[in-house]
Structures are given as structure tokens and as C-alpha cells.
Design a protein around this ligand. Structure first.
Ligand code: FE
Length: 238
């Protein structure tokens, strides 16, 4: 099918706002990035418009990682992560699925690959999803993840971070990225965060902490907006 998108429909990404690949000292960089030059291909109508109405895929409580079972709460600092999904023009992206996954408070993932000698939490799995509302807003209840050392990397510790993915309203709005926490000393040494050349782009990956008085309940609040596409798109990090 021929390319039916008008020319210039999307702003191109700014390379300075994206990670330099391969990322030096990051063992997974070779598996997770293309080795050849990218090329442009025609876009199909379904790529430009679908998927639509992702809401049937969600269940109540999918956005609450901290309270998996009635009467039980995950170990760690309880936090609420909220924000908006925006397009390159600053308009809200409605009905997009935001997914997140993260380590527990001890910095261990609930995943067979992670066999590090750190405790698992029986009340925490570490993944969730939600749908953006009419203003493009999303919110999760979870715990602040711990830092963890990257195997075979020469004592590189990842700072606390949350992996995030956005899907919809079209397949072109897919974004896989990571959210950092403000003020963590490990941020300055993180090889992924610092693979991004532009300081403002790096800042775009660091959430903003709300004043405790500005959030109800016993949660610490963090705000993190995600920008899909365009020159100031949230950098991709996987
Ligand atoms: Fe991670």
C-alpha cells in the first residue's frame, strides 16, 4: 500500500535528544539496537490509525502495583506516578495504554533472568498498565524501586528507575522509555541516561516530585509527562 501520510505529518526526531547507540559499556546494547542504517518505508493505513479502543484489555486495579492482594501491601516507599501523554504539538493523547515494569524495593525484578542475591517480595510483581483519560492523563500506585548492579558491567549500578511503554492511538505512537527519580546520585553515572547528548532531553527522563501536601493519602507523588514523536519527544530507552 502506498504511503498515505501527508509529507511532514510528523516532526523528525532530533538525534541529540535520543541515546547514542551503541551505548558504551552496556552489554545489552548489541542485542537491543539495529546494527545497520535505518531506511524509510511506506506506512499502511492501519499503522497510522490503529489500534483503536484498547480499553477492553484492561481490568480494574491494573494500575495498582502496590496492592496486588486484599489486605496486603508491597514493601517499600509507596509512591504515585502520574502524568500526561502528549503528542509533538503538546496535545493530549487520549485512550493510549501506558504500561510500566520495575524492580522491587530491593532492586530485584520478578523475572527468571534476575537471579541476583536480593530478596523477592511475595506481594510485588512489578508490572501494570492503564489507559489515558480524556486529558491524556495516567496514574499508577506502586513503590519506589531500588537500585541494582548490572551484571558483567564493571560495577555499574542502575539508579532507581521505572520502565514505561506507551501504545496507541496508532502504532506510530509506540514509545519505550524509562523514568528516573530526581536527585539520585546514581543518575549522574547511569550509562543509559548519559548516552543522551542534550541536557534538556536527559531532564525529560527525570520525574518531578510533588510536595507531600499536594497529594492525598500516604503516597509520595511524582509527575512524569511523556511526549510522543517530534523534536522534543521523550527519549527512547530500552
Ligand atoms: Fe531496569
Amino acid at each position: 500500500m502506498p504511503d498515505q501520510s501527508p509529507p511532514g505529518r510528523f516532526d523528525p526526531l532530533d538525534p541529540a535528544w535520543q541515546p547514542r547507540v551503541p551505548i558504551e559499556g552496556y552489554p545489552n546494547t548489541w542485542r537491543r539496537n539495529p546494527r545497520g542504517a535505518l531506511f524509510r518505508r511506506p506506512l499502511t493505513r492501519s499503522e497510522l490509525t490503529g489500534p483503536t479502543d484498547l480499553s477492553p484489555r484492561l481490568r480494574p486495579g491494573d494500575n495498582d502495583l502496590a496492592r496486588l492482594k486484599p489486605g496486603r501491601v508491597a514493601l517499600g516507599q509507596l509512591i504515585r506516578v502520574e502524568g500526561r501523554v502528549l503528542d509533538e504539538g503538546g496535545r493530549p493523547v487520549r485512550g493510549a495504554i501506558v504500561e510500566l515494569w520495575q524492580a522491587n524495593a530491593a532492586g530485584r525484578y520478578f523475572h527468571p533472568i534476575d537471579q541476583r542475591d536480593a530478596p523477592l517480595d511475595p506481594d510485588f510483581v512489578g508490572n501494570g498498565r492503564t489507559l489515558t483519560d480524556g486529558d491524556g492523563r495516567y496514574a499508577f500506585f506502586t513503590i519506589k524501586p531500588g537500585a541494582y548492579p548490572v551484571p558483567d558491567s564493571g560495577r555499574w549500578w542502575r539508579p532507581p528507575h521505572i520502565h514505561m511503554s506507551v501504545l496507541g492511538p496508532s502504532s506510530l505512537s509506540r514509545l519505550v522509555t524509562q523514568m528516573y527519580f530526581p536527585g539520585d546520585p546514581l543518575n549522574a553515572h547511569d550509562r543509559l541516561l548519559n548516552s543522551i547528548g542534550d541536557a534538556r532531553a536527559r531532564e525529560g527522563l527525570v520525574s518531578r516530585q510533588l510536595h507531600p501536601a499536594d497529594i492525598p493519602g500516604e503516597w509520595l507523588g511524582f509527575v512524569h509527562d511523556l511526549v510522543l514523536r517530534g523534536r522534543h519527544a521523550t527519549p527512547e530507552l530500552d
